[in-house]
Design a binder for this molecule. Structure first.
Ligand code: KG4
Ligand code: ZN
Length: 338
């Protein structure tokens, strides 16, 4: 089955075509960074308008890249939430309309479920079951994953998501949007242990996270120093170390609790090289295995949506005629997804 995937939940327009027999046939991404950069963050209305401009040209170029005509597409999947409603509606309306015109089934999929399964697009995908750490700009989730659609939430953030914390601290340090990756780059120049920030909620049992206190610690540290470039790098490094160590501690607990050996890292913060390195050390120490997608499949992309759309359409799931998106969409049990 060949499925066109559409991602428009936030500030990237992504279109891809996934074939259940031959894998990814096309993958195109348009990033809105230049649109939002002057404002220091995503402006929802501008995001929606820009998706409208880019989506159909991307669908056309996706079909051309895959050397397919429209009647060779068997289904359409689109991100139906969680995300910015206006932005999601662009992908949903286009996805549903293409399905109607092409007379193929369509399916609105969960953006975080798509992140979680993105490692399946790689050459050496993880076998089920596994523990997944899904860390993005809006979510921090630890999941027990037994198969597509078989998920158990082990822990989540009680306040800020890990990526949100990266973005907020980047802003406090005066770094340009999108902050997380810029902060990670700056952290490489930081001197070891010049600052020390807490590892929130690691001193008590449980698998939930909290990152807003960490942000407050950074605010306090900034108040007491002259913010030179070197000090900024030192703070970035100490902050990144604190987030990474916190995530590693919780992943170790989740692996111990489930007795699983496989750990999957996904979502935008999964692009963080220090996090990858420290999680690799963790699984090595536990004789386990770590899986993560290539960097462009950690951050938002159409490929993960096409993959998940294909999985769900192959199971016979599909949308009705209504166009339905959700700003919030709890990702607890997959059976509750639809
Ligand atoms: O998954 P994603 O592209 O979008 C959401 O679904 O939210 O994740 C974006 C998040 C942002 O908060 C961004 O700052 C963070 O991922 N991010 C990073 C890195 N690259 C992206 N955080 C830390 N280190 C990075 N290298
Ligand atoms: Zn995302």
């Amino acid at each position: 089955m060949r499925v066109l995937g559409i991602e428009t939940s936030c500030d990237e327009t992504g279109v891809a075509i996934y074939d259940s027999d031959h894998g990814l046939l096309a993958n195109a991404l348009y990033s809105q960074i230049p649109v939002h950069a002057p404002y220091g963050g995503v402006v929802p209305e501008l995001a929606s308008r820009d998706h409208i401009k880019k989506i159909l040209p991307l669908v056309k170029s996706g079909l051309a890249e895959a050397k397919l005509s429209k009647d060779q597409v068997d289904g359409v999947g689109y991100a139906a939430g969680p995300g910015l409603v206006g932005a999601l509606l662009v992908g949903a309306a286009v996805g549903r309309s293409l399905g109607y015109a092409w007379k193929v089934p369509t399916i609105g999929v969960h953006h975080m479920e798509a992140h979680l399964l993105a490692p399946m697009l790689e050459e050496n995908p993880p076998a089920f079951p596994f523990v997944a750490l899904v860390v993005s700009g809006g979510h921090t989730l630890l999941m027990e994953v037994k198969g597509v659609g078989q998920y158990q939430l082990l822990g989540e953030t009680l306040d800020d998501a890990a990526g949100e914390a990266f973005d907020k601290v980047a802003k406090l340090l005066g770094l340009p949007y999108p902050g997380g990756s810029v902060l990670a780059k700056l952290a490489e120049k930081g001197r070891f242990n010049r600052f020390k920030f807490p590892r929130p909620m690691t001193d008590r049992p449980g698998l939930d996270f909290s990152f807003s206190g960490l942000k407050t610690s950074v605010i306090n540290a900034i108040r007491n120093v002259e913010l030179t470039d070197q000090i900024k790098a030192d703070i970035a490094s100490a902050f990144q170390t604190a987030v990474v160590e916190t995530l590693v501690i919780k992943c170790r607990r989740a692996l111990e609790q489930t007795h699983y050996k496989r750990l999957v890292l996904a979502g935008g913060v999964g692009a963080n090289l220090e996090l990858r390195k420290q999680l690799q050390k963790l699984v090595d120490s536990m004789s386990g295995e770590l899986f993560y997608p290539r960097i462009e499949f950690c951050t938002d992309n159409g490929a993960m949506i096409a993959y998940l759309g294909c999985q769900r359409l192959m199971r016979g799931e599909k949308d009705g005629l209504a166009i339905d998106v959700r700003a919030r969409w709890p990702f607890t049990k997959a059976s509750a997804l639809r």
